[in-house]
Design a protein around this ligand. Structure first.
Ligand code: DGJ
Length: 721
């Protein structure tokens, strides 16, 4: 990979006349590749849709290897690095052939490359969607050399960009504070986000970034490229910035501690790296990912409306009982809820799950707590017109469990080491690279479904990271396969579950949002955004999460006040208004609400049912960011045809003589007229109530909204006249 001089550019142009252009198009974006026999594959352009490639060649000199391999002409960070069977560390991939296949919602381009000397092959793949502006790329690496080769690095893809003032937006967090947004200009040198957790790769750094090409990131303006790695294990996203601001993005499975051997005839398929481009700012890129996720099952069953549930965790924690569960069911039924989910604490025979240090793996009902068993609870829910759901943590065990006593060899840990334990001082991880463990985990779900076939929902938790690197299943030679094989094993198991139970709703939870990634979401209908249910902090967490994930996948629960994580006291209306921007739920004992609060909650749930399709299946416009430190936030959800929208305005800080923003709208049809009605109302009527405005006026001039005091919020319905 090199910047080419004018002379070499001229040569390249001559060459391009004989070479083949591969134009990978989505409705509004294009990626231009150039393939030529005996030459590396090149990438020349990624951005707004182009139909004439000559314009690109005449305008730009960007001319980089599309999948750079180490050791023969690659000057930057490589995507691929291989130790060949004879010890040669260099790889020189050249174009052989390509295919183009039409799929239901996409076109798949496969460009086959081979090492000039070795029988070593790489298919570089691009899938361009027709229903969203997303292009996925990945590689299929095949060893036909006589002996095993070792993959030292095997990234999913590469993208060069060379623009003036480029900034990166990434997300970082910790337990209870996931997905906070950080923005910084790309400086000379390297920028990197990576994960080393082992099981849950989204708790700290998230495997997705955005690059704003026109200076400081803006929500609804400017050219932005998004990159999302569809992988659940350790990963690395690097942007190498060189002289004159050439940026080289490489993203894939982390190569750290993960050398991967391929025997003759074996292939390795890297996870998809999904790119999106928009000239409508970060919001444009987010909306593309939301659409892609919903319409292409990147979130399982992405177009289905999600039900309103009550989860028992913050209500009773581990103290589940037959009577307690039924009381909670009564509560959610009265409020208009649709589903009841019993969380942790229901299982264990020899060891009773009354504290969190035992029984994971012993998935039998604790009949001391639930004498009539799970079928009776499922029946009790049905009698109340509610669906039934249950919590599991199937990849985990405890040293205090019958499972561990029976299968000590099933855990993730090197055979020579004494395991270091997690939660409760006893938690361990089952080794998903082991097919016997995969069968066991499959059976956890299968047994639940056999015993209570009407189970509608499963919450799948995962609360420990890999601290004991090593596998008792993998051979000594293949220990470095653990991180990858764990996640391939997990995926295989989830695939099997999905084949048998396609309609089962499954939530992806990992101490909150530890596993919010597109490696797992194709198997899960939703994820638990965070264990932190404080509405003020949730504004930030949810805002960050929505950068890449659609509202239908974001589980957002109204919990008790004072909040259990922060102790903050927040009015019920504000808590509802914050939780409503995703899949609404409750996580409290309804019996703790006052009569007035119960009445408000009932009305709010009834209103949510009306606006649910707009939020869960509409297009989101983030407008006033809570990160801008004004103490306000606002956002809007609108249907595809722009006829129906819901606007949320929040005030979460309060000072004397505080700045009062004009609330602008976004994403409306400028020529249409919209009538404004406040919904979920709990206070004074504003002067715009019931009046109609043009979309143009609402977007350009905006309106004043009376938000008095801290934790004031309003929800406005906009209906096209
Ligand atoms: C962690 C989850 O994030 C919580 O919601 C809850 O399910 C607990 N685990 C149960 O142990």
């Amino acid at each position: 990979m090199k910047r080419i001089s004018l002379i070499s550019l001229a040569m390249a142009m001559t060459l391009s006349m004989q070479a083949k252009d591969i134009l990978v198009n989505t409705p509004n974006t294009s990626l231009l590749l150039k393939a030529d026999e005996g030459q590396p594959l090149h990438v020349s352009y990624y951005g707004e849709r182009i139909d004439r490639v000559d314009q690109v060649y005449n305008a730009y000199s960007l001319w980089e290897h599309a999948y750079p391999a180490f050791g023969a002409g690659c000057q930057n960070v490589p995507a691929l690095s291989v130790k060949h069977a004879d010890g040669n560390m260099s790889t020189e991939l050249v174009y052989q052939s390509d295919t183009k296949v039409e799929e239901p919602n996409a076109t798949l381009y496969t460009i086959t490359m081979k090492d000039k000397l070795y029988d070593f092959w790489v298919d570089v793949c691009y899938r361009a969607y027709t229903n969203s502006d997303v292009i996925e790329t990945w590689s299929v690496i095949r060893n036909e050399e006589k002996k095993p080769v070792t993959l030292l690095k095997y990234a999913s893809g590469y993208m060069p960009f060379r623009q003036g003032d480029a900034w990166v937006s990434h997300q970082h967090g910790s337990w209870g504070a996931e997905s906070y947004i950080y923005e910084e200009p790309l400086q000379l040198g390297a920028f990197e986000v990576h994960d080393v957790n082992g099981t849950r790769n989204a708790m700290t750094n998230r495997p997705n970034i955005m690059i704003s090409l026109d200076g400081k990131p803006r929500e609804n303006e400017g050219r932005v490229i998004g990159a999302v790695l569809c992988w659940s294990g350790p990963y690395r996203i690097t942007i190498d910035t060189r002289g004159q601001k050439e940026h080289h993005l490489i993203a894939g499975i982390s190569e750290a501690h993960s050398e991967y051997k391929l025997k003759r005839g074996e292939t390795f398929t890297t996870p998809e790296l999904a790119f999106a481009y928009s000239d409508e700012g970060m919001g444009g890129v987010s909306r593309s990912y939301h659409r892609w996720a919903r319409l292409n099952n990147k979130v399982h069953n992405g177009t289905a409306l999600r039900k309103i549930l009550l989860n028992s965790w913050e209500g009773v924690y581990l103290n589940v009982s037959q009577e307690g569960m039924e009381k909670m069911m009564d509560g959610i039924k009265e409020l208009g809820g649709e589903l009841f989910v019993m969380d942790d604490g229901w299982f264990g025979d020899k060891y009773q799950r009354s504290i969190d240090n035992c029984a994971l793996g012993d998935w039998v009902t604790d009949t001391r707590k639930l004498p009539e068993g799970i079928p009776a609870l499922e029946k009790a829910a049905a009698e109340r017109g509610l669906k039934w759901g249950i919590w599991i943590e199937p990849e985990m065990t405890n040293t205090k469990s019958e499972l561990y006593e029976k299968h000590p060899d099933w855990i993730v840990c090197h055979p020579n080491r004494t395991p270091i334990t997690g939660r409760g001082g006893t938690q361990l991880i089952l080794d998903m690279s082991n097919p016997e463990v995969q069968d066991f985990v499959f059976a956890v779900v299968d047994n639940i479904m056999q015993e209570t076939p009407n189970t509608y929902y499963i919450k799948w938790d995962a609360n420990f990271e890999i601290q004991n690197f090593g596998s008792k299943y993998l051979s000594g030679d293949n220990q470095s396969h653990l991180y990858v094989d764990y996640h391939l094993g997990l995926r295989k198991t989830l695939e099997r579950i999905r084949v048998k139970y396609p309609d089962l709703v499954i939530q992806c939870c990992s101490s909150g949002g530890g596993r919010v990634n597109y490696g797992l979401m194709p198997y899960f209908d939703e994820f638990w955004v965070s264990d932190n249910t404080d509405a003020q902090q949730r504004l930030f967490i949810q805002w960050g999460t929505s950068m890449f994930f659609p509202a239908c996948a974001m589980a957002q629960h109204v919990s008790a006040s004072p909040n259990h994580q922060t102790g903050r006291v927040i009015p019920l209306k504000f808590r509802f208004d914050v939780a409503m921007t995703g899949r609404l739920g409750l996580e409290m004992r309804p019996s703790d609400l006052s009569e007035r609060e119960l009445e408000y909650a009932k009305q709010a749930i009834a209103t949510y049912k009306e606006i649910r399709p707009i939020i869960q299946q509409g297009n989101q416009y983030r407008i006033l960011s809570p990160y801008d430190k004004t103490g306000y936030a606002s956002e809007l959800y609108i249907t595809d045809d722009k006829s129906d929208a819901v606007f949320f305005a929040y005030k979460f800080e309060h000072y004397v003589d505080q700045f009062r923003p004009r609330f602008h709208f976004a994403g409306l049809d400028p020529d249409a007229t919209y009538k404004l009605t406040e919904i979920c109302r709990n206070g004074r009527t504003d002067h715009w109530e019931g009046h109609a405005f043009t979309g143009k006026f609402l977007m350009q001039q905006g309106i004043e909204i009376a938000l008095n005091g801290q934790f004031a919020s309003k929800v406005i319905r906009l209906e096209k006249q």
